[in-house]
Ligand binder design. Structure first.
Ligand code: CO
Length: 152
């Protein structure tokens, strides 16, 4: 399993670079490792900077959807936004309300290097916005209101 780096590690604040070759051994090995790490930590998304790689790649695992999203471009966003609770594997035990676009359209490359277009709404749209922010060095705590610690 991959080690998840946590705030305030500066890697989380860098802008990540596009993946040049999706089919390279490095990327093809990294994808299942990230998927496995996300599932083991019970996350719904995990971005490459969170495992110490400043590249534009993230995985999403939510209900029956397992997505690998590389070099994403959000090409359409709803005017409508909504608040909901978010957390992050890199910011353990903190939660807060974040306002996000309700729906969006994203273009990206999948694990086979094929260009995809996905329309998403609700939680999936939220996860895509949260993970895309990671690729730009943005964390949900930058946008959250009512940040709270969860103490176990
Ligand atoms: Co996160």
């Amino acid at each position: 399993m991959l080690k998840i780096i946590t705030h305030p590690n500066p890697i989380l604040r860098k802008r990540s670079q596009n993946v040049a070759d999706v089919l390279s051994d490095k990327i093809q090995k990294l994808i299942p490792e990230m998927m496995e790490t996300m599932k083991a930590k019970e996350g719904v998304g995990l971005a490459a900077p969170q495992i110490g790689q400043n590249i534009r790649l993230f995985v999403v695992g939510y209900k029956d959807k397992n997505l690998v999203i590389i070099n994403p471009k959000i090409i359409k966003k709803s005017l409508l936004k909504e608040w909901d609770e978010e957390g992050c594997l890199s910011i353990p035990n903190k939660y807060g309300q974040v306002k996000r676009h309700k729906s969006l359209t994203v273009k990206y490359l999948n694990e086979g290097g094929q260009e995809q277009t996905l329309k998403a709404s609700g939680l999936l749209a939220r996860v895509i916005q949260h993970e895309t922010d990671h690729l730009d060095g943005i964390l949900f705590i930058d946008k959250a209101k009512n940040l709270a610690d969860i103490l176990y």
